[in-house]
Design a protein around this ligand. Structure first.
Ligand code: SF4
Ligand code: SF4
Length: 259
C-alpha cells in the first residue's frame, strides 16, 4: 500500500524494492511487523522484473517477480514509497534507527492517476527509455513500463518542455506541476539494506567496442530483446534493425575490473 505521510514509526525499514527487498519485507510483514519499503525507482521490482530468464532453472523472471510485486503492493503491513530515498540514518540511544525519507515529485497525483497513458500519447518529447536500456524511446510523460507497480505516470521534468499537453489530455486531472520534494522523518527498530547492484559500463573496456559500435550491446539490452515485454518482436541489431546472423557473447565483462 502507499505510505501515509503522517506515519513516522515502523518496525522495519527496507531499502530497495527489488527481489531481495521484497522478500525481506514480505517475511517481516507476514510475521506481523510493519514495514516501510523505500524504492528509489518509479516502480518496485528491481532489476529482476526486466530480465528474461533466471539461472540455473531458466524460469521466466517476470513469472517469479510479478506475483511477488503484487503481493508486496497489496500487503496491509507494507507501506511502499517509490521514487524515494532514505538519508541520514542514525542509531538512537534505545537501539532503534532514525532517518529522513525523501520523496521526489512525480508531478502526478498518485491517488488520482489511473495509468491510462493518455498523457504519454499527448506528450511531444521523446527521450531514451531507461527501462528498455536505451533500445527505444519513451515520452517525457510516461508510465515507467507495462508491468510497473504502481502503474502510475511520472513527468520527466529534466526533459519536459512544459507545453501542458499532458495536463490537458489527462482525464483524471492528475498532472500536478506544483509538487515538491517531501521530507518525512521516520524511525524503525531495524533497517535492511537491499540496494542491489549497479551495472558495469562496458565502454570502460575499449577493446569490446561498446559505445563505439551500435551493435555491441549489454547483457541487459539483450535481456530486454528476449523478454515477453520486449520492445521489438524479435532480436534485432540496434545499428540497422535487421536480424543478426550470428551473436557472440563476451561473458563476465568487467567482473574482474578493480579500477
Ligand atoms: S508538459 Fe512536459 S511532460 Fe507534459 S506533454 Fe508537455 S513536454 Fe510532455
Ligand atoms: S497522469 Fe493522467 S493521463 Fe497520465 S496515466 Fe495518469 S491518469 Fe492517465
Amino acid at each position: 500500500m502507499a505510505i501515509d505521510s503522517d506515519r513516522t514509526r515502523y518496525d522495519a525499514v527496507v531499502i530497495g524494492g527489488g527481489i531481495a527487498g521484497q522478500e525481506s519485507a514480505l517475511n517481516l510483514a507476514d510475521s506481523g511487523r510493519s514495514v516501510l519499503l523505500v524504492e528509489k525507482d518509479l516502480s518496485i521490482g528491481g532489476r529482476m522484473i526486466h530480465l528474461s530468464k533466471v539461472f540455473p532453472t531458466l524460469d521466466c523472471a517476470a513469472c517469479i517477480t510479478t506475483p511477488k510485486v503484487s503481493e508486496t503492493a497489496r500487503h496491509p503491513n507494507i507501506a511502499i514509497s517509490t521514487y524515494s530515498e532514505i538519508e541520514g540514518i542514525e542509531r538512537n540511544p534505545d537501539g532503534s534507527f532514525s532517518g529522513v525519507l525523501i520523496k521526489h515529485p512525480r508531478y502526478v497525483v498518485e491517488s488520482a492517476c489511473t495509468g491510462c497513458q493518455d498523457c504519454e500519447e499527448a506528450c511531444p518529447v521523446v527521450v531514451d527509455d531507461q527501462y528498455q536500456y536505451g533500445l527505444v524511446g519513451r515520452k517525457a510523460a510516461y508510465v515507467p513500463f507495462s508491468i510497473a507497480n504502481p502503474r502510475i505516470a511520472a513527468i520527466d521534468i529534466e526533459h519536459c518542455i512544459l507545453c501542458g499537453a499532458c495536463e490537458k489530455a489527462c482525464p483524471a486531472d492528475a498532472v500536478d506541476f506544483t509538487q515538491e520534494t517531501e521530507s518525512i522523518g521516520v524511525s524503525a527498530g531495524s533497517v535492511i539494506v537491499a540496494t542491489g547492484f549497479r551495472l558495469f559500463d562496458p565502454a570502460r573496456i575499449e577493446r569490446y567496442g561498446a559505445g563505439a559500435f551500435k551493435n555491441v550491446i549489454t547483457s541487459m539490452q539483450m535481456e530486454r530483446q528476449l523478454v515477453p515485454t520486449r520492445p521489438f518482436n524479435n532480436v534485432l541489431r540496434p545499428g540497422d534493425g535487421k536480424m543478426p546472423d550470428n551473436i557472440a557473447y563476451v561473458l563476465c565483462a568487467g567482473s574482474r575490473d578493480e579500477t
